[in-house]
Design a protein around this ligand. Structure first.
Ligand code: ADP
Length: 443
């Protein structure tokens, strides 16, 4: 191609010089002749340049390539082919986009694309039904303006979205939606929203059933346990065999009562997302009293229970729920540590928030059990659990209480050496020391 160009240019130059020489020879004014030839050549070039401009302006409408000669013909041809290739690539790309939009449009789940600032960029029709987005008004709006649930705000601001979030739809309280956010590109986010109302209703039915049965069983059990106690207290004449039977019945009735209480507590914890009594809780005195109870539980087994606490550190939340979670951990440490063992409770704060660690020198837990420990009724060793009188719900309660207090449970254990159960609370749950000290002074 280059040689073509060079040849054409050479031809033009020769024609220009030839023309100039010829005119100069005829008119005997070589300077003017060359100037005239150059002007003519320039005019010819300008004419084709203008044609090119006009054609480029109308090229989108697929106008015919203008007629040209020499250099310009080649230039027009090249631009024409470039444009055709671009147009074809654009059409192919558009077809892919159309197909992707068509398939997401057919989805029943909402798909929403957000830019790096969290503003709405694109969404499918299901997003309009589930979240009430409106094509015209809502484009470019921050997603937080449309989904105003406080838990969504918290979830959206998280660095990583490992677990999905379940909240009611902003346009219909009866619709239960599951949100899952994935980050991609330069901080853009893809949000998938699914209608999980049916699953939620089934789950709710299960919870209601357990709560109702537990509630209904409570009264007859209280009567049975009460009569057994009266009989044991007031009838010294009963034969030792019957007495032992009644004692066992009383023990088992006690276990059933504990089980029902734990089931009802779990049902209450599951009923709402956050505790209703969200107050600054003084953890120090609570841990002191749990320690006293733990020593009583240990009794003759003589465990050493050591407390190590940061002074004045308070936690936002429900005192009753936190007491229940912390005492479950401490009592477990006593239950699963042989006589004379050590239990160490540590309560401290750092940049990551507040932490409570309960370490024991007990039997420990094999690594394969750790991920399942917080499941209801999951027991490492059911024969041992029976002898310790546990309900199998203790750690499930701990997990739920922590979830409601923006906390997480971490379990580390070495079989035969002991275990450490650590509760980590987010900084947002920690009451700043000045506020804590102030309300302590007011108390
Ligand atoms: P349980 O009422 O049976 O103690 P939990 O939910 O409190 O139920 O605990 C579940 C299981 O985890 C227990 O059965 C026990 O095997 C194990 N476990 C809990 N805490 C400890 C601990 N500190 N040391 C060893 N094992 C423990």
């Amino acid at each position: 191609m280059n040689t073509d160009w060079r040849r054409i240019l050479l031809r033009h130059l020769l024609a220009l010089i030839g023309g100039g020489l010829l005119l100069g020879f005829i008119s005997d004014a070589y300077g003017w002749s060359f100037a005239l030839c150059l002007a003519l050549y320039l005019g010819w070039l300008l004419r084709d340049l203008l044609r090119l401009r006009r054609w480029l302006e109308s090229a989108d409408a697929q106008a015919e390539v203008p007629e040209a000669r020499g250099l310009w013909e080649d230039l027009f041809d090249r631009i024409y082919h470039l444009q055709r290739r671009n147009r074809q690539a654009r059409e192919r790309l558009q077809a892919v986009i159309d197909r992707a939009q068509e398939s997401t449009g057919a989805l029943r789940d909402a798909v929403i694309m957000l830019d790096s600032g969290g503003n709405l960029e694109w969404w499918n029709p299901a997003a309009e039904t589930l979240l009430g987005l409106k094509t015209r008004q809502d484009g470019g709006q921050p997603v937080g303006n449309l989904v105003r649930h406080p838990r969504f705000k918290e979830y959206f601001e998280q660095e990583q979205h490992t677990d999905p979030l379940e909240i009611p739809s902003p346009i219909n309280e009866d619709l239960r939606l599951q949100f899952l956010i994935t980050r991609y590109g330069n901080g853009e986010r893809l949000m998938l929203v699914r209608d999980v109302t049916r699953v939620h209703q089934l789950e709710q039915m299960r919870k209601d059933f357990v709560a109702n049965v537990s509630h209904e069983l409570r009264t007859p059990l209280t009567v049975i346990a009460g009569y057994l106690e009266t009989l044991l207290d007031n009838d010294p004449g009963t034969s030792p065999r019957w007495r032992r039977a009644m004692q066992q019945m009383q023990e088992q009735a006690g276990r059933m009562q504990n089980l029902l209480n734990d089931l009802l507590l779990l049902a209450r914890l599951e009923a709402t997302d956050y505790p209703s009594d969200n107050q600054p809780v003084a953890v120090e005195p609570m841990l002191q009293s749990i320690r006293t109870d733990a020593l009583a539980l240990s009794g003759e087994r003589g465990h050493r229970v050591q407390l190590d606490m940061e002074v004045g550190l308070r936690l936002k939340g429900s005192e009753a729920e936190l007491r229940s979670a912390f005492s479950n951990l401490v009592f477990n440490a006593v239950k699963y540590t042989p006589a004379g063992g050590d239990v160490r409770i540590r309560w401290w704060s750092d940049a990551q928030g507040a932490h409570l660690a309960v370490a024991d020198s007990g039997v420990g837990i094999e690594a394969k059990h750790l991920p399942r420990l917080t499941e209801r009724f999951y027991r490492v060793d059911s024969s041992r659990a029976l002898s310790t009188g546990g309900t199998g719900l203790g750690l499930a309660i701990v997990k739920h209480v922590l979830l409601r207090h923006r906390g997480k449970l971490e379990i580390a254990s070495v079989p035969g050496k002991g275990s450490v159960f650590t509760c980590h609370f987010a900084p947002a749950q920690v009451v700043p020391l000045s506020v804590g000290a102030l309300s302590a002074a007011e108390d």
